[in-house]
Design a binder for this molecule. Structure first.
Ligand SMILES: Nc1ncnc2c1ncn2[C@@H]1O[C@H](COP(=O)(O)OP(=O)(O)OP(=O)(O)O)[C@@H](O)[C@H]1O
Ligand SMILES: [Mg+2]
Length: 261
């Protein structure tokens, strides 16, 4: 590990112990471990080791408000503020509770929910979500089934708030499904490239994913609803090659920097 000079930093909030294997430092926050401090100490003791993504930048994504600030700062769109609303727990700490989601059909029923929460407009998107995986310079997109559209009739008749347990982990891949082409069409590559480039830079991270939806009935109105650090890359097509290329290019640039010194 030390010889290779690469430290692979992965957040696995479900694993109970801080476990430093050769290619994997598992960061743990739930048990109150000071994982940022652990990485910082490790870095000081092993200055030759590259930390792929800095812990403070990773922490930025564990709060649903700060995670999307950089997307807002890109000033790509304006908001409308209509019902229904999606309410999500502010802090993402890996627990099932932090991935619960509520759909509120009227503003008054929001008082039934336990703060702190982040509120988002529910955007109809034809029941399909785009998961955009970013690994350094590489971008891969997959389609996944998502929450179905809410009809105007429902909005006018339904009241109250509805709870959904973790939606996305239950969602199946929609890549091979027989979908309406206007729903299935992937976001345009130039948009994805720009978003990935900007977010890599603004977040200071190389390994994350962006959940994006297309407003139903439009061709090019997209929303970023979630950003996750080190998502389940097992669902990303061709992940072995993408990761190998990423690690090799890091080693090459490290060697080049060393040679230039
Ligand atoms: N603003 C929104 N409009 C429409 N649907 C939404 C919105 N926000 C979330 N959803 C739906 O809820 C699902 C879960 O939302 P989100 O990705 O924010 O939660 P999560 O629990 O953090 O998921 P992840 O497993 O990606 O960490 C999405 O996949 C999508 O189906
Ligand atoms: Mg998500």
């Amino acid at each position: 590990m030390k010889n290779k000079g690469i430290l692979f930093v992965a957040i696995d909030l479900n694993r109970p112990l801080l476990d430093q294997g050769p290619f994997d430092v598992v960061l743990h926050k739930l048990l109150g471990k000071d994982w940022c401090g652990t990485i910082e100490d490790y870095r000081k003791e092993n200055p030759e080791v590259a930390i792929l993504d800095p812990p403070d930048a990773i922490e930025h994504l564990l709060n649903r408000q700060s995670m999307l600030n950089d997307v807002t700062d890109l000033n790509l769109s304006d908001c409308h503020g209509k019902l229904p609303l999606v309410a999500k727990p502010l802090v993402v700490d890996g627990t099932a509770k932090s991935h619960e989601l509520f759909l509120a059909y009227d503003q008054f029923s929001l008082s039934e929910l336990e703060p702190p929460l982040v509120l988002q407009e529910f955007v109809n998107h034809g029941g399909v979500l785009f998961k955009i995986y970013i690994v350094g310079e590489a971008i891969k997109v997959v389609r996944r089934f998502s929450l179905p559209n809410v009809t105007k009739q429902e909005v006018s008749k339904v009241e109250g708030v509805f709870r959904f347990p973790r939606v996305s982990s239950a969602a199946a891949s929609a890549d091979d499904a027989d979908l309406d082409p206007s729903v299935a069409e992937l976001p345009p590559p130039p948009l994805l490239e720009k978003l990935a480039r900007e977010l890599r830079h603004r977040l200071g991270l190389r390994l994350f994913n962006v959940d994006m939806i297309r407003e139903h009935g439009t061709k090019d109105v997209f929303y970023v609803i979630d950003i996750n650090y080190f998502p389940g890359y097992g669902k990303m097509p061709d992940y072995e090659h993408v990761f190998t290329d990423f690690l090799l290019s890091l080693m090459r640039s490290k060697d080049k920097n060393r040679a230039a010194q």
